[in-house]
Design a protein around this ligand. Structure first.
Ligand code: SAM
Length: 231
């Protein structure tokens, strides 16, 4: 993967970024996503935010080698501290991190969100707490995608601020739109997850030390939801 050829995962993220967006790519690593989009003429401007020095330098290099220094700002900052109102950001991508980390970035950076930006989020696990944050903060999920690449499942969640929406606990767990669409990948993922949940519950039953009751209840509840979903 590089700025000429994105991974399938980032290619699908790219597909959800509106044309002519002013994009903030938070946790940009090499900066491949904003640079690839700029090379295609798909975005107007971008900020590539990075908290760590090595990926920050790497993003700077990708931007420089492609001659985009005037249109893509690379900033060393944690989360949404990379952007301010003058950037006029219209879309924010946060990809390739745990859902809890993405949620924390959004929560800590709330004051920097105008509410008009589209969020394009690609969590690696932890989708449920991320959806919970979106619902609690007045976001509606516009689109969800599940894809499989190199044996891993990846979810993409696209959200915008809208009128209050309530998702059920099951919708927060599975994804409200994915639950409706029931794609083959989605069903395959949850068949695998159900096998894992049963293994976990078996290991709890055989554990020498008592597993906290709340943990057992949580996994039991999830296994019941998945069983009902697949029935
Ligand atoms: N977004 C790219 C992708 O999806 O391929 C890179 C993903 S990489 C696994 C995660 C990147 O997020 C790392 O480069 C890490 O330094 C950066 N990161 C983690 N927490 C961050 C934060 N709070 N603010 C900015 N960057 C962060």
């Amino acid at each position: 993967m590089n700025e000429h050829s994105l991974s399938l995962r980032l290619e699908r993220v790219a597909a959800h970024i509106p044309a002519a967006a002013r994009l903030a790519d938070i946790g940009s690593d090499h900066g491949y996503l904003p640079v690839a989009l700029m090379r295609r003429g798909a975005i107007e401007a971008a900020v590539a935010g990075e908290v760590a020095l090595t990926p920050f330098h790497s993003a700077e290099r990708t931007v420089r080698e492609n001659g985009f220094e005037q249109r893509i700002r690379v900033r060393l900052a944690s989360g949404l501290a990379a952007i301010d109102a003058q950037d006029g950001i219209t879309a924010i991508s946060i990809c390739g991190m745990g859902g809890e980390t993405i949620r924390d970035i959004l929560e800590h950076g709330k004051a920097r969100l105008s509410g008009a930006e589209r969020l394009i989020l690609q969590p690696n696990g932890g989708e449920q707490p991320l959806r919970q944050w979106l619902m609690d903060n007045g976001y509606r999920i516009l689109s969800e995608e599940l894809l499989r690449e190199n044996r891993f499942y990846y979810e993409i969640i696209v959200a915008e601020r809208a009128e209050a929406v309530r998702y059920s606990p099951e919708e927060l767990y599975f994804g409200p739109l994915q639950m409706q669409a029931r794609s083959p990948e989605f069903l395959d993922k949850w068949r695998r997850m159900l096998r894992q949940k049963h293994k976990t519950l078996n290991s709890f039953a055989q554990a020498r030390q008592a597993v906290p009751e709340a943990k057992v209840e949580e996994i039991t509840q999830q296994a019941q939801w998945i069983t009902a979903l697949l029935a």
